[in-house]
Design a protein around this ligand. Structure first.
Ligand SMILES: Cc1ncc(COP(=O)(O)O)c(C=O)c1O
Length: 288
């Protein structure tokens, strides 16, 4: 551990992790890189530069990020990683994520000589779904299916099914479907996939629901866990628990499709981060 600590300290100063790293660039870049390194050192030791850990869900992290931004506009920058928040954040995220759909179109053409028939993606706040949907929104022969988290059951209080159960409201600076009670207070979302625990959803997915261009369904924690295990077992791929919701929906979808249908599932992330959650869930299911 000491070795790692010392090496890491050295890395921040010199850019060398043992024999690795360093600066192997054309001489013309050296002055710019030196200036950047000097600014980086100053920023690192500036008490105002801090990474604060937030207890709670993605919803709480977003609230804290916006709060920190409002408190210090001159020195802070709000960087949204998902398609929610005030304009232009959702538009920027959608634009950047849309490479997923473009790549899907290209690969489908190479592999199948055409478009997919159905595209399935999980929906937390909407960035991975929009990333793959956007390219195909105008192709009405491509079915777009978003899968939300039903948690412990869509009829109870523990789910994140914003499009299925929410009402329109304003949250984190934008209007969308929202999980809220009769007084307009936010209902805390729940899902075994923490990235799906958000009470709102992107404005664009809200619109696609209203015009009927995309369909939205739900999958419980239990169904997502089964899909997670199945993909590990039969493909050797460990999907994120969020993505496992999209995979789980195949169980309901595939028997309804004609033979030979081409289905793309957006695997939004890796599941090694979720191994402890899955282990704990399985332990809790064991008879005492
Ligand atoms: C792996 C993964 N997939 C999906 C999501 C859900 O977010 P979104 O609906 O914005 O893609 C998250 C959110 O953190 C995530 O980490």
């Amino acid at each position: 551990m000491r070795l790692i600590d010392q090496t890491d300290e050295n890395f921040l100063r010199t850019g060398k992790f043992g024999r690795y790293g360093g600066i192997f660039v054309p001489e013309t870049l050296v002055i710019s890189l030196n200036k950047l390194a000097a600014e980086f050192q100053l920023t690192l030791h500036d008490p105002k530069f801090q990474v604060k850990q937030v207890e709670g869900t993605f919803k709480d992290a977003t609230s804290d990020a916006i709060r920190a931004w409002v408190e210090d506009l001159d020195n802070s920058y709000y960087l949204a990683g998902t398609a929610v928040g005030p304009h232009p954040c959702p538009a920027m995220v959608r634009k950047f994520q849309s490479v997923i759909g473009k790549e899907t179109r290209k690969q489908a053409l190479e592999k199948w000589g055409g478009k997919p028939d159905v595209i399935v993606a999980c929906v937390g706040s909407g960035s991975n779904a929009l990333g793959i949907f956007h390219e195909f929104v105008r192709d009405e022969d491509v079915r777009l299916i978003g899968v939300e988290a039903a948690g412990t059951g869509i009829d109870g209080a523990k789910h994140s099914a914003t499009l299925a159960k929410g009402e329109v409201g304003v949250y984190h600076g934008a209007m969308s479907y929202l999980l809220q009670d009769d007084e307009g207070q936010i209902i805390c979302p729940h899902s075994i996939g923490v990235g799906l625990e958000y009470p709102g959803v992107s404005p664009e997915l809200s619109f696609l629901k209203d015009i009927g261009r995309a369909e939205f369904h739900t999958v419980t924690d239990k169904e997502a866990l089964e899909a997670y295990s199945l993909l590990c077992r039969i493909e050797g791929i460990v999907p994120a628990l969020e993505a496992a919701h999209a995979l789980a929906y195949l169980d309901k979808l595939c028997p309804t499709l004609p033979d030979g249908s081409k289905v793309v599932v957006n695997c939004s992330g890796r599941g090694d981060k979720d191994v402890a959650t899955v282990f704990q869930y399985e332990q809790e299911q064991q008879p005492q």
